[in-house]
Every structure is written in C-alpha cells, then in structure tokens.
Design a protein around this ligand. Structure first.
Ligand code: FEO
Length: 391
C-alpha cells in the first residue's frame, strides 16, 4: 500500500504482514500483523517514526521513493520488528540522524549494524521542532522493553505509541473498527503487555494527561477515538478479576479429562464461568486472553515420568510469565503410582498474592470419591470468588 495521509503533512506508511502466523517463534498470529511507520513533514525538517520488520524493508523503501529527505529517524523501541529497517533507511538518507531514548542506544548497538555517530539520544520530555510540527518524546519504559518511549505530535495531538495499544491485526483499514479490533488488541495486551501491567497502569495516567486526539500504534489500525483503547486497557490492567476459571488441561487416557468435565459442570452450576483449553489443540493466545480477566486457574494434568505432563507445565509457566490478575490456583489430574505434579505446577505458578487451593488427584480412573472431591473444589472456588467480590 502507498502512504496514507492521517493529518496535514503526516502520513502512515509501513507494511501489512498478511500471512505471518507466528511471532517470537512463540506467539500465534491468527490475524497476521502490521509494522506501522509514520512520516511527519515540517516546514524545515522531516522525521520518520520507526521502520519495519527486516523482510519488509523493501516495502518501506518503495513507499519512501518520493520522499527526498529525512532528517530524523526516530526509534521508539529497539525490537527488530520496528528497528530492523533502520540500517537501510540510514543508508538511503545519509544526512538522517537516528533519535532514541538513552537506554535504546546500547540495545540498538547490540542488535543492529548502526554506526555510533549516526545515533543521538533524546531525553524524557525533550521537544524537537520540525517547523510547524513539534515532537515531544515521552519515556514509557517497559512497554515491553526497558527502552520504550512514545512521541506526541503537539500541533495535531497525535500520540505515536509503537507497541503500546497495538494489535496483531492485518487489515487494509487505516482506522480501527472498534468491534473488530477489540479481540486482537486484547490478545496483544495479554501476550505482550500484561507482564508489565502495574507499570502500564501508571503510564495510562500519563497518556490520559496528554489526552491525544489520535493514538497511532505500530501494530494494527490507528485509534481515532483513543478513549476506546484507553478504557479497554484500564479495565484489563486494573479492574478486579472476574468470576471465571481458566482450565488448561491435557489428558492421555481420559481420566484427567473426566475430572475437567466434572469440574466444568460443577463450576457452571455454581455460577462460575469456565474457559476450558485442551492443550493438545489450543491456541495459546486464546489461553492468554482468558487469563486477562480470570480469578482462578486450574491446571489439569496426568502424571508422566514423575511430574506433570510437559505441556501442562508449559501452560503453568506461561501463565506465571504473563502475570495475570489471578488470585487462586490449583491442580487436578490423574496418576498411576505417584509423582510430583502438584508441587511442580504450584512452584511454577507461585506468587505472593496467589493462593494455592487443595488439589484433586486420583489414581487411575476417577471414582465417586474423586468426583465428589471435584465438587468440593468447585464449592471452594465459588465461595472464594464470592468472598473476593469477583463479578
Ligand atoms: Fe512490536 Fe516489541 O515489538
């Protein structure tokens, strides 16, 4: 696509990666993604904000064919999906200076072949006049690397946020269809931003103070109504957990699956929402999304070689790394002759504000006593959620 105007002398460029299906060799991208770049042309100077993932560099260079001069290349975030095109852009524009946060300078030097003399740092709050267009740099660290910053274009009141408020959504829409973008934006938050939710809560206050008319992230469409995504983030970050249980499980010979089904039925009877994920087939992005709001996680696993099934341990590790608002956790499953499934899953999930509830393990096929224990676990979870006031 050619560059598109979003305000006078302000353009959206970049590449839509329609067919990408995996990010970081970990995160599924069912809707593809995009790497957005922005061009701001002042009466005296021209700035380009971010670049694209390395394989898409030619797309960006083609969009810049009729841009004779770039004075400043601004890198909000050193991760290669935005910084990968920097060497090529600097080569195309030998007069351009690369402007980065103080922390980004060494990170970029570690990741990309960029001559040190081409890099200059900007301070938090520093302003740069392009002539009728003023860029203010605001440090918002840890969204989701330590060097991240955003840029406020004062005259047009556009906030360029790079990863923050992004969505992995390949679309030809320049602006967000709110109904369509909600799920990809939530998935993006869950996978990328949730581990840093406490810092993001503080950053949201800074964004609210800026009160931008437009939020232009570097993945997915632009928000013409920033309140939509600011409100969504506020809820994901700070609202109390919901009255829901996330139930990732794996079953080898159906015994664990029987416990999972019994628990699902028992919880639903007690008014608790259940999101079940069979880890043999699930999209881990959907599991991440469910974790944004859940009050409790119950991991279902058989015992294999003395411990939990490796896939169940992966899910527990993932849940811990994503740092969701969970307040309760436990394990259910089946074993043959013993093992340490509970200890290993509980160790993975342990966090000072997560209470580990009594597990339910059965030897082989679940019997009546085991199913009764599952019902008691459902009672406990429903009671705990009620006491905590989970909606
Ligand atoms: Fe979109 Fe953290 O890079």
């Amino acid at each position: 696509m050619k560059r598109r105007r979003i305000a006078e002398n302000v353009y959206a460029l970049g590449a839509v990666d329609w067919s990408r299906r995996l990010f970081d060799a970990l995160i599924p991208l069912p809707d593809g993604t995009s790497y957005n770049v922005y061009l701001v042309q002042g009466s005296e100077k021209v700035a380009l904000l971010d670049t694209v993932d390395p394989p898409m560099t030619d797309v960006l260079l083609a969009q810049l064919a009729d841009v004779p001069r770039v004075d400043y290349l601004i890198s909000h975030h050193a991760e290669q999906d935005h910084s990968g095109g920097i060497p090529a852009v600097l080569e195309r524009y030998p007069e351009a200076k690369l402007l980065v946060s103080t922390k980004a300078k060494s990170i970029l030097a570690d990741l990309l072949p960029i001559p040190a003399e081409r890099i200059a740092t900007v301070d938090d709050g520093e302003e740069l006049s392009l002539g009728g267009k003023t860029l203010k740099f605001v440090y918002l660290p840890w969204v989701h690397w330590p060097e991240t910053m955003v840029t406020h274009l004062r005259e047009d009141n556009i906030l360029f946020t790079c990863d923050l408020f992004g969505s992995h959504l390949a679309t030809s829409d320049l602006y967000a269809d709110e109904e369509r973008v909600y799920e990809p934006a939530k998935r993006y938050y869950a996978e990328i931003m949730m581990p840093f939710r406490k810092l993001i809560a503080r950053h949201l206050e800074k964004v609210k103070d800026i009160n931008p008319a437009v939020i232009a992230p570097s993945h997915g469409p632009i928000y013409k109504r920033p309140q939509f995504i600011i409100d969504a983030y506020a809820e994901w970050v700070s609202a109390p957990p919901k009255n829901s249980v996330v139930l990732p499980y794996i079953s080898m010979h159906n015994s664990t699956a029987m416990l999972v089904d019994r628990l699902t039925t028992a919880l639903v009877e007690r008014g608790v929402v259940v999101e079940q994920f069979n880890l043999a087939v699930t999209d881990i992005g959907k599991l991440a999304v469910a974790l944004v709001d859940a009050g409790t996680i119950v991991v279902g696993t058989p015992t294999v070689l003395g411990g939990p099934h490796p896939v169940a341990l992966f899910a527990a590790n993932l849940a811990a790394a994503l740092n969701p608002k969970l307040r309760f956790a436990t394990v259910i499953g089946s074993y043959g002759w013993g093992g340490k499934s509970v200890e290993k899953i509980a160790d993975a999930i342990a966090r000072s504000d997560i209470e580990i509830l009594d597990p339910v393990l059965c030897r082989g096929l679940p019997g009546d006593e085991d199913l009764a224990a599952i019902d008691r676990l459902a009672d406990t979870i429903a009671t705990k959620h009620r006491e905590m006031g989970f909606a």
